[in-house]
Design a protein around this ligand. Structure first.
Ligand SMILES: Cc1cc2nc3c(=O)[nH]c(=O)nc-3n(C[C@H](O)[C@H](O)[C@H](O)COP(=O)(O)OP(=O)(O)OC[C@H]3O[C@@H](n4cnc5c(N)ncnc54)[C@H](O)[C@@H]3O)c2cc1C
Length: 302
């Protein structure tokens, strides 16, 4: 990577570029070393200019709210791109359709839908990620996921080419979508159904009460560590972990939440290596005890 070139063109690009920036505070686990380059574009032009200059020279990781990622302790030898404020606009296209920038939080979009009397996006109020992360992960809860409401995605590839993909051309899986990794989602169109705001609000409250009772809040976690092994067993992953692993197991400050066995927690100063050791240990124990092969839901960045 010719970092000097990037340094020279820094002032010409519409966005903020930092070198050797710590990414620890940019993810919910509060784990990770530095990134060689961190780029926060202020506009689509800035993003495309950067991609044209940089993309063929090194790797890129697109970061949303960091609520589903585990960074490494070593410096990320590439660019972490995080979309800035200008990618978080939310507006109404018609009385059932919303377009949202992918840097908007899922909570904000669900609130906007409620205020616009559009039902169907209530589940998003329980997920702490951005719209971009929600698309990539096909996030969901309470039997609803992104695929149920998504109409189209606007994106730019790492070469700087912008296009739109209709949702019916995308294969959605449980917590993943089949689209190449070299894409940055810019905005998304969602369709819901007209309903009165009070009913929507009551339903959102109900979902949040259930969610908060079942899952830990205000801790350093990335949510569900493993996917539910839906093709191997009817059991939930937390049940498999509970029955295979002692809850108090820990590696350094990496441990398992008392409230939800599939939520792993950084108690204080866990290293990425600690969290990875815990993940490997649990995976092996569950395989040995139940025969089920667990697959990670969180995205490990290396
Ligand atoms: C307390 C807690 C509760 C949670 N509950 C749920 C739940 O109920 N259901 C659920 O599905 N998930 C849940 N999660 C996981 C997480 O919140 C979701 O996966 C969320 O949608 C991730 O969004 P993010 O913006 O944080 O993505 P990140 O963690 O930043 O990134 C996740 C993936 O998305 C990609 N990505 C992010 N933005 C873009 C973009 N603009 N363009 C292209 N790719 C992008 C990243 O490269 C990465 O591969 C929970 C997490 C926590 C911490």
């Amino acid at each position: 990577m010719e970092i000097e070139d990037i340094k020279k063109s820094k002032l010409l690009i519409d966005g903020d570029i930092f070198f050797d920036l710590s990414i620890k505070n940019l993810n919910w686990f509060n784990i990770g070393g530095k990134t060689k380059i961190f780029f926060k574009p202020n506009s689509l032009k800035g993003l495309r200019d950067y991609l044209k200059l940089y993309a063929s020279r090194g790797k890129i990781f697109v970061l949303g709210n960091g609520s589903n990622v585990l960074f490494d302790d070593n410096t990320y030898q590439g660019t972490v791109i995080k979309l800035g404020k200008s990618f978080s606009k939310i507006s109404l296209l018609d009385n059932e359709t919303i377009i949202a920038g992918t840097a908007a939080t899922q909570k904000k979009v669900s609130e906007f839908a409620k205020d616009s009397k559009i039902s169907g996006l209530e589940f998003m109020s329980c997920i702490p990620g951005s719209i971009g992360g929600g698309i990539r992960m096909n996030s969901g809860c309470f039997k609803k996921e992104f695929k149920d409401i998504l109409i189209s995605i606007q994106l730019v590839d790492f070469k700087g080419v912008v296009r739109s993909i209709p949702a019916n051309k995308i294969v959605f899986n449980y917590r993943s979508i089949e689209l190449p990794k070299d894409l940055i989602f810019l905005s998304a169109t969602f369709k819901g159904k007209e309903k009165n705001s009070e009913e929507i609000s009551n339903y959102m409250n109900e979902l949040n009460i259930i969610k908060n009772a079942a899952q830990p809040t205000k801790i350093k976690t990335s949510g569900s560590t493993f996917k539910n092994p839906i093709n191997q067993t009817d059991k939930k992953v937390w049940e498999l972990i509970r029955s295979s692993v002692l809850n108090e197991v820990s590696y350094g400050d990496a441990t398992i939440s008392e409230k939800h066995a599939n939520f792993f927690v950084n108690k204080k100063n866990a290293k990425s290596a600690d969290m990875k050791s815990l993940i490997s240990y649990v995976k092996k124990k569950v395989k040995d005890q139940t025969g089920v092969k667990l697959e990670l839901e969180i995205v490990v960045v290396e």
